[in-house]
Design a protein around this ligand. Structure first.
Ligand code: HEM
Length: 456
């Protein structure tokens, strides 16, 4: 690899022109991105997409300098506009309103506070898995993706709203959010299409936003003046006060709720959907995982007390996010002149960072395509570059839900594997990743969950 961050002379990044990449992009965009990443092998590269020429940054040193310098490389530009339109200027924005939102929300996600939420999370997960057991009986195939969505949404809503949201509001919120997310994917993947040009799902999107706003503002109206006690996110937002003691606007509360919901649901359910094909195709990993869950949890309902001993389960989750980092693309825009690895950067330049590419660089990962949770054993993790692995981003915008995700994922996996053994239907064996807003399987995975016989 010819990387030299100390280079003094200006370097020109290697360019991949559209006429060479278009056929591949049309056939399979993710495979083409992967091929380009492999060829550039950690060097800065320029994608010539005609209307735009983003720089793609994959080397951990370069990723680090972009993510840490969040004043120079901001979340703006064509990729972010559809998101900003929906989520305003809260936790997913920039500047003062982002800093204020982060200051209010961060305390909800400290290890101490998440640990306090873990009992409630485990309870919700065990209830959801009980319901699943009803559907799984009789050996019929279930959609792995849909089941993960059910469990995750139920858990997230509990963490977000505690007991404050009504079941009828949940029933309206979830489909509305789904319609909004589906439409956003089109805009995210085709960022250069002007807003004025209609896209699939436009009408469903508007209706989805209307319903979501009705539910969110309804909650705000009911609880804003008297949020009561609660360690949930909604209560924290309702109780927030500005530096001079003033109340932030209702819109600020709504924008943050929408942003948090968007960042916490699909990411988590998609990451967990990958578990099933991965363990079914890696029987040795599956056996070690079953062994650990049996030894630590056995026939008990899973609870916070089991987490410290679910060490291999945690490594499986880490490795899942290495191979399938569901948040696969972080776009940034330069606001001032800068330099990355010797290449001068002009203001207005779009920069793309992708953990999917960095997590597959052979200079940092041995046999990068193999699923090997032991990479995350303490001995093998010790010397790793901080930015060789960054499924949750880094720098000031690092994911605040990282710890919640880790706890939630371990609890869901342990709860399910203490009850069932999975079998993937033959038709779901040859799955491939596909890009959308997240990296997800290219087909609906059909899974049979065989109940464990605990009678003897
Ligand atoms: C597999 C699960 C998840 C993944 C892979 C993930 C990934 C990420 C990434 C990559 C970022 C940085 C984005 C950027 O730099 O532009 C981020 C930010 C964020 N995530 Fe997550 N996330 C996950 C789960 C969650 C959960 C469960 C929550 C909340 C409960 C959450 C809340 C947030 C928030 C609020 C931000 C914005 C932070 C800021 O800009 O200050 N995420 N996430």
């Amino acid at each position: 690899m010819s990387i030299d961050a100390e280079t003094t002379g200006a370097r020109k990044p290697r360019t991949f022109p559209l006429y060479k990449t278009l056929p591949g992009f049309l056939r399979n965009p993710l495979k083409e991105i992967e091929r380009i990443g492999r060829e550039a092998d950690g060097e800065l590269l320029r994608l010539d997409l005609g209307a735009s020429k983003p720089l793609v940054v994959t080397h951990p040193d370069h990723v680090q300098s972009v993510l840490r310098h969040s004043d120079t490389y901001v979340r703006d530009g064509v990729f972010w506009r559809p998101l900003h339109g929906l989520m305003g200027d809260g936790i997913l924005g920039e500047g003062d309103l982002w800093a204020f939102s982060r200051k209010i929300l961060q305390p909800v996600f400290t290890t101490r506070n998440v640990n306090a939420l873990t009992g409630r999370m485990a309870e919700t997960i065990n209830e959801a898995v009980d319901d699943l057991a009803g559907r799984a009986g009789g050996g019929q195939a279930l959609s792995a993706g849909a089941e993960m969505v059910q469990i995750v949404n139920r858990t997230v809503i509990r963490i977000f709203f505690g007991e404050k949201i009504l079941p009828a509001e949940i029933d309206r919120l979830l489909p509305a959010f789904e319609a909004v997310a589906t439409k956003l994917v089109f805009r995210f993947l085709l960022p250069f299409v002007p807003e004025a040009i209609p896209m699939p799902g436009d009408r469903a999107y508007r209706e989805g936003v209307r319903i979501m706003d009705e539910v969110m503002y309804g909650l705000v109206e009911r609880y804003r003046d008297d949020p009561g006690e609660g360690d949930d996110i909604f209560t924290a937002l309702c109780r927030a006060r500005t530096a001079d003691g003033g109340e932030p606007s209702d819109t600020w509360v709504r924008d943050n709720l929408v942003a948090m919901f968007a960042t916490s649901t699909e990411t988590t359910s998609t990451a967990l959907t990958w578990l099933w094909p991965t363990i079914c195709n890696n029987p040795e990993v599956a056996l070690r995982l079953y062994d650990e869950v049996e030894r630590v949890v056995g026939a008990d309902p899973v609870g916070p007390e089991h987490l410290p001993d679910l060490t291999y389960t945690k490594q499986v989750v880490q490795e899942l996010l290495r191979l399938y980092p569901v948040g696969w693309l972080f776009p940034r825009m330069a606001t001032q002149p800068g330099e990355i690895g010797g290449t001068p950067i002009k203001p207005g330049q779009t920069i793309l960072i992708s953990p999917y590419l960095t997590h597959r660089l052979t200079a940092f990962w041995e046999r990068p395509l193999a699923f090997d949770p032991d990479r995350f054993s303490p001995e093998r993790s010790a010397d790793r570059h901080r930015y060789a692995y960054f499924p949750f981003g880094g720098g000031p915008h690092q994911c605040i839900g990282m710890h919640v995700f880790n706890v939630e994922a371990q609890l869901i996996i342990a709860s399910m594997l203490s009850r069932f053994r999975p079998e993937l239907l033959e038709t779901s064996a040859a799955i491939e990743p596909r890009i959308g807003a997240t990296i997800r399987p290219d087909q609906d995975l059909q899974l049979i969950l065989h109940p464990l016989d605990r009678s003897s």
